[in-house]
Write a protein that binds this ligand. Structure first.
Ligand code: ZN
Length: 657
């Protein structure tokens, strides 16, 4: 375990809170210490308030903040005096505790303090760091875990037996810690949960965390339990697209909502799912309570949908029995599937959710296998996880989630996504909660969005092999395909028929027509499996209804594409797939329309650029966003009963009307 502390970097974070931010980010950068908002840190600072009184303030991580990216505003300032008195209470319900924390902050707009705030307050050190380090929870989750921890750390840490996070845990620590801490104490282990370190400076507390966790790693290494050898993976010869999409559809039917299904088939996940003892070692709870909400208690083994439905029913009735308000169906969905052919599949309401489950479960796999190599993996009894799962505070979080965006759990593929209308479509679909795969021949497609719900793939749509690979990647990333936007196309320079060469004609038709046939053909079996029915939006052109001279190849290609769309609407209606088309005109915020080209074209018509842009009946300027919004809505409920339709987005054109 390496310390990442760097004096030069640290000096850029002035003040006690600055140092707190810096070392919190260092902890957050190491995924073997904290994952996705896990762990928390604090610093105690003496401040003078408006009335001139001095008071001690605990700056503790706010809930919802990730240590890796935390800023000053991510810490909640809570009055120490009140926290210390709360710790003396005999009992306090968790909702009451949160109320006390929130009402004793010195800044009204601060985030809600971590539920571990009281615990931080009772530790008599300026800086306190808390992680759910893999190595420490691995040692804890073995039959002789507590003895191992005591033998390893001796007088250096105080050991607290497992108790659910919240007020009772803080109270237990308030009782045990002062009794057992001594000169040599530099940390505290919460059994089956994680580890605390503390110090007078941010660096001391951080370095102690690294040292203590490093000791656990060394212990595991010395016992030949730390390194895991996975058998090499033989690359999958046959495509798995429709099998995976079929699994996703069955899960979606089981829980009554579309979901994202993420698949990892690598040495670790396949190696684990194929272990002879997987049934024995994988069917226990997670390594730390922090993970239970995300991964549920145990993974499902194999693709047995009857077992999935049974697990769902079990969670669902537990939810119904435990909560005062109805839950959304997805809260009860099992999140992890292990399969000898698929490796690891994770289920989420959004791509982000599915990826969080993946990250956590990959760490769980390591923990389980390391504990098995050391002795035997032995998690807490199911009852303890049940308590965490139906914890008042977690339930409150779920209730707060609200109505999800329109395309939550759905996947769209957009061709020509690097610029113009395609790029605008990426934004419109992301804004409605869809997971988006963008294809483009240009490398810029990779960078169109940095959101986890976006995957940009460089792909020449006229290359059948590349298209097939893109489909496979789409399904592995998100589980299937619900919607398709056919946008990629070329707009060649003007050329009259008398001069039009066969080569140019063929080139335009290959991209604007043939490639779209290939995409439709490949997408069909996937769209058929879309839980809410497949949808296709085609980006056509005004030229279909009102062609212009000098654009024979372009106009013919778009007219043929339109006819293709209409025939597909006839053929695929029985598969629940609908196709509709938008016909844009004069969209100038795209790559081909540089300022020079615009100026030249406007001059050609004797107009200013402004006049030229708005030469339609409504005198409206049409931008990529307008076209993208319409194409996106065509895939939504507004057009649920429409197929084979063509809608202009051109500001009104007398020739089209
Ligand atoms: Zn914790």
């Amino acid at each position: 375990m390496q310390s990442l502390w760097n004096d030069d970097e640290a000096s850029q974070y002035p003040g006690d809170l600055g140092q707190r931010i810096y070392s919190s980010r260092l902890l957050g950068r190491d995924k073997s210490l904290v994952l996705h908002g896990g762990g928390n840190t604090s610093v105690k600072i003496r401040e003078t308030n408006l009335l001139g009184d001095e008071e001690d303030i605990l700056y503790v991580k706010g809930s919802g903040w990730d240590l890796e990216f935390i800023e000053a505003g991510g810490f909640a300032p809570v009055r120490m005096a009140h926290l210390q008195r709360l710790a003396q209470l005999l009992a306090l319900s968790d909702p009451q505790m949160v109320n006390e924390l929130r009402t004793h902050m010195t800044y009204a707009n601060a985030p809600t303090p971590s539920v571990e705030a009281i615990l931080h307050a009772i530790l008599p050190y300026t800086y306190v760091d808390h992680t759910h380090a893999d190595a420490v929870v691995t040692l804890c989750n073995t039959p002789s875990g507590e003895q191992r921890i005591r033998d390893l750390y001796g007088k250096h840490v105080v050991v607290i037996p497992y108790i659910m996070p919240g007020f009772d845990l803080a109270r237990l620590c308030a009782e045990i810690f002062p009794r057992e801490c001594g000169e040599a104490t530099r940390g505290m282990v919460l059994m089956n949960h994680g580890i605390f370190s503390f110090g007078a400076t941010a660096r001391e507390s951080y370095e102690r965390m690294i040292e203590l966790v490093g000791m656990a790693e060394e212990e595991l290494t010395a016992s030949k339990a730390w390194f895991v050898n996975w058998p090499a993976v033989v690359p999958d010869a046959r495509p798995r697209c429709t099998e995976l999409a079929g699994l996703r559809r069955e899960i979606a039917q089981c829980i009554g909502a579309p979901i994202i299904l993420h698949n990892v088939r690598d040495a670790q996940t396949l190696g684990y799912a194929r272990r002879a003892d997987v049934e024995l070692i994988s069917q226990q709870g997670p390594a730390t309570p922090d993970h239970v909400i995300r991964t549920k208690r145990v993974p499902l083994l194999g693709r047995d949908m009857a077992a999935y439905a049974a697990a769902y029913q079990c969670y669902f009735s537990e939810h119904a029995a435990q909560s005062r308000e109805p839950k959304t169906m997805l809260d009860a969905a099992p999140r992890v599937i292990l399969d000898p052919e698929f490796g690891l599949c994770t289920v989420g309401r959004s791509a982000q959710d599915a990826f969080i489950v993946r990250d956590i479960y990959q760490h769980t796999i390591d923990t389980v296998v390391r504990a098995t190599q050391l002795e035997r993996y032995q998690a807490l009894p199911a009852r303890d996880y049940f308590d965490v799962e139906y914890w008042d505070l977690e339930q409150a979080k779920l209730r707060k989630a609200g109505t999800p965006p329109l395309f939550t759990g759905e996947v769209v593929l957009i061709t020509g996504a690097a610029s113009g209308i395609g790029r605008a479509c990426v934004e419109s679909f992301l804004a409605r909660g869809a997971a988006v795969v963008g294809l483009d021949i240009g490398a810029a497609v990779i960078e169109v969005s940095s959101k986890p719900a976006y995957l940009g793939l460089v792909c020449d749509v006229t290359d059948a092999g590349a298209l097939e690979q893109a489909c496979e990647q789409t399904v592995q990333q998100f589980g299937g395909l619900d919607m398709l936007v056919l946008n990629a196309g070329v707009f060649p320079g003007g050329c009259n028929i008398a001069e039009l060469t066969d080569a140019e004609w063929t080139r335009v038709l290959r991209v604007n027509l043939d490639a779209n046939l290939a995409v439709l053909r490949l997408a069909h079996p996937l769209l058929k499996l879309a839980p809410r029915g497949g949808r296709v939006a085609v980006i056509g052109s005004k030229n279909v209804a009102a062609p212009g001279p000098g654009a024979a190849a372009y106009s013919a290609s778009k007219a043929a594409l339109t006819q293709l769309m209409r025939v597909a609407a006839l053929e695929w209606a029985s598969d629940g797939i609908r196709l509709n088309e938008v016909h844009p005109d004069a969209v100038f915020d795209t790559g081909i329309w540089t300022d020079d080209v615009l100026t030249a074209r406007a001059a050609h018509y004797g107009m200013t650029v402004e006049q030229y842009k708005r030469r339609n009946l409504l005198k409206a300027e049409i931008v990529s966003h307008d076209v993208a919004e319409l194409a996106t809505e065509l895939c939504g409920p507004l057009f649920a009963k429409t197929t084979g339709a063509q809608i202009p987005v051109d500001g009104g054109d007398a020739r089209v009307i």
